[in-house]
Structure formats: structure tokens, C-alpha cells
Design a protein around this ligand. Structure first.
Ligand code: CU
Length: 136
């Protein structure tokens, strides 16, 4: 009677031990799978460079030049000049119809064009800087 009981007890112990081993092994397997899953997780990848925002009605002043040198916009469009140079510039209509005035380094000035026409303009500080706004 005693040996049977002990054998049964041993079997139960072995059974519990086996279950524990299985549990640990499956835990390891899940852990490894989890690690692999994390390392290949596309959401963990470093984000790419942020897209450069485009300003459709902006004239960039850089290197003593307006860019674009010719811009065509619909009537009532607000055009912005952004000065990326280290010196002050202006955007001044050749016929004196409009003038941004001084745009210091890093600053922007905006004008709204309410009449159609082709406007050549220049920088009063650097008259060799010229460009054109076409308002349709
Ligand atoms: Cu200038």
C-alpha cells in the first residue's frame, strides 16, 4: 500500500514538474518570439526626414536673388517674401505700385495683389535684384 502511494505521489510530482518545465519553456518561447517581433516591428523604425513644407505663394530671397524669379498667381492672392539672406532686402514694384519695405534678415513681408497685371520688381537696396509677379 505504501509503495503504491509513493509511486502515485512520485508520478504526480513528475507530472507537476513536467508541467512547470513546459510552462517555463513556453514562456521562454513567447519571450523570444516577443523579442524577435519587437526587433522587426516596423513601427519601431526611426521616422524618415520630415517633409519640407511648401509655401505655394512665397518668394524666397536667398543669395541676393528672388526665387522663383517669376511667379504667377490668381488675383487676390497674398504673396509672401521671405528673406533668408543675412542682409536687408525689399520687394519694390518698378512702377511704385507696391512695396514691401525693408525685409530684415530672417523676416517675411506679405502683399495681397487685387489687380491683374505683370509687375516687375526689384530690391531698392540692391537694384540688380529683379523679378516678376504676374497676377491673372
Ligand atoms: Cu536686396
Amino acid at each position: 500500500m505504501n509503495w503504491r502511494t509513493r509511486t502515485l505521489a512520485d508520478k504526480q510530482t513528475l507530472g507537476i514538474f513536467s508541467l512547470a518545465v513546459l510552462a517555463v519553456l513556453s514562456g521562454l518561447a513567447v519571450g523570444l518570439w516577443g523579442c524577435n517581433s519587437n526587433s522587426s516591428n516596423p513601427y519601431g523604425a526611426a521616422p524618415g526626414p520630415a517633409p519640407v513644407p511648401t509655401s505655394p505663394n512665397t518668394v524666397l530671397i536667398s543669395g541676393y536673388a528672388y526665387s522663383p524669379s517669376t511667379m504667377t498667381v490668381p488675383k487676390n492672392t497674398t504673396v509672401t517674401w521671405k528673406n533668408n539672406d543675412a542682409v536687408t532686402h525689399t520687394a519694390t514694384s518698378d512702377n511704385s505700385a507696391w512695396d514691401t519695405g525693408s525685409i530684415v534678415s530672417g523676416a517675411s513681408k506679405s502683399l495681397t495683389f487685387t489687380t491683374t497685371g505683370t509687375f516687375t520688381y526689384h530690391c531698392t537696396v540692391h537694384p540688380m535684384m529683379t523679378a516678376t509677379i504676374i497676377v491673372q
